[in-house]
Design a binder for this molecule. Structure first.
Ligand code: GUN
Ligand code: ZN
Length: 435
């Protein structure tokens, strides 16, 4: 097989990061007839077909997608793979939803076969939705992490994941201890962090389910392994926030609990942040921590409306997350669709280009991977998606009325989902093709 790959077609990406939403449109790069050259999994050339065709020698395997739109792979900045089977669990808000549905679902990961089965389905769902990188919660059981990384390794995917640390307020079968969570996480870091494209995240579930002793251990791990990630939940639901204040009265607020134990920073990702207070926004900015905005989850659990405009004003890094299984779709297209509605309810009209930014380069920045992923710049890893904008009769009709790429993209976000993903490439190799 030829190891060099040349992809010809219509391309769309964002050339560089911006500090204000108003500047995104200036960074949109749209090539009607473009060429992407890939060598050893990385982008070696990108530009107009006319300018690049001279470089396409016999050593290249060439694929031409004249009717599709090729974009960087989506990055999902917050998702729980063990919750794949429980999407759409009825009737509860966060704390009751955890007790009623989530913990019983996660207990099943004691069984390695179950973990393998769900990991397989999960990775397939990511790929068929055009998601090539994700920051993933596993369960408290060590083997849940092995199951996921082993499955992702088959496709050479850049997955960030970690074992849940949780030593109180959950069923006995799901509890570790401060000590055991430290040793197990450490063993997993040594096994998986930077093993191929795998990366590790220290993953305390959220402040209520960790004792101070456990958060201290999490902070110790972060000190010992400064380049691993920290991944947790923050300020999702009003009852949750009140509970944290009761459990940690000595801290100034919810985020201050994590900050106190050294868990904020440029590789820290906090899911939700729906109800942050002023000083918490300032702390997020000052520590260069990132937010995973998860609109389908925030709507499904009735958690609240995330204020995207404030994130721009406060200059806090932000990516999109599906938060499966509180979230209701693996699709970042559908996630962008719901993000638009959540912002409409607050008088802010999220543009198609801004949504696209958050789902690609913005999420890459939130995951501190913008030097490797998020657009088609030379040297980056070749993870990308080939989209079909006309996957249904209704989409064809709607797209026939659009006048430019921005309108096409907005219609795609509104009506699109996994049916629009024609093919997915990871590290230059096609790993999914729609039937
Ligand atoms: N907070 C603590 N655990 C969870 C979880 O599993 N899902 C969500 N959405 N929030 C949480
Ligand atoms: Zn979550």
């Amino acid at each position: 097989m030829k190891s060099n790959v040349a992809i010809r077609g219509q391309f769309l990406d964002i050339q560089q990061l911006v500090e204000q939403a108003e500047h995104i449109a200036e960074q949109v790069r749209y090539l009607k007839d473009g060429l992407l050259l890939i060598q050893d999994g990385k982008i070696s050339w990108f530009g107009e077909w006319q300018d690049g065709q001279q470089y396409v020698t016999d050593s290249f395997h060439v694929e031409h997608y004249p009717d599709q739109l090729i974009i960087p792979g989506f990055l999902d900045t917050h998702i729980h793979y063990p919750q794949t089977e429980m999407i759409g669990a009825y009737g509860e808000q966060l704390l009751e939803w955890l007790d009623t549905y989530t913990f019983p679902t996660e207990i099943q990961f004691q069984d390695r076969d179950h973990a393998d089965k769900i990991a397989k389905i999960f990775i397939q769902e990511l790929l068929k939705n055009g998601t090539t990188t994700a920051l993933v919660f596993c369960t408290v059981q060590l083997q849940s992490v092995d199951a996921l990384f082993e499955e992702a390794e088959k496709y050479n995917m850049r997955i960030i994941a970690g074992k849940v640390m949780m030593d109180r307020f959950a069923p006995e079968a799901l509890l570790d201890t401060a000590e055991s969570s430290y040793h197990d996480s450490k063993a997993l870091i040594e096994k998986w962090h930077k093993n191929g494209r795998a990366l590790y995240a220290i993953t305390p579930r959220f402040a209520p389910t960790s004792t101070a002793g456990q958060l201290e251990k999490a902070g110790q791990l972060k000190q010992e392994f400064p380049d691993v990630y920290v991944h947790t939940h923050l300020s999702e639901n009003k009852n949750e926030i009140a509970w944290v204040k009761e459990l940690y009265p000595e801290q100034k607020g919810y985020l201050d609990v994590y900050h106190h134990y050294g868990l904020t920073g440029k590789k820290s990702v906090f899911a939700h942040c729906v109800h942050l207070e002023e000083q918490e926004w300032d702390c997020m900015h000052a520590t260069n921590s990132a937010i995973a905005f998860c609109p389908t989850s925030n709507l499904f659990l009735g958690s609240g409306l995330f204020p995207l405009k404030t994130a721009w004003q406060k200059q806090v890094k932000l990516g999109l997350g599906t938060d499966i299984g509180a979230g209701t779709s693996f699709s970042l297209l559908q996630t962008a669709n719901e993000a638009y509605k959540v912002q409409q309810l607050q008088g802010y009209s999220l543009s198609a280009f801004e949504a696209f930014y958050h789902a690609t380069l913005g999420s890459a920045k939130a995951l501190d991977l913008d030097d490797k992923l998020g657009n088609f710049n030379v040297g980056k890893e070749a993870d990308f998606v080939v989209l079909d904008l006309n996957a249904t009769v209704l989409q064809q009709l709607r797209q026939s009325t659009t006048k430019n790429i921005e309108e096409k993209l907005f219609a795609l976000f509104t009506l699109g989902d996994d049916r629009n993903v024609f093919a997915t490439y990871v590290y230059g190799q096609k790993v999914y093709q729609r039937e």
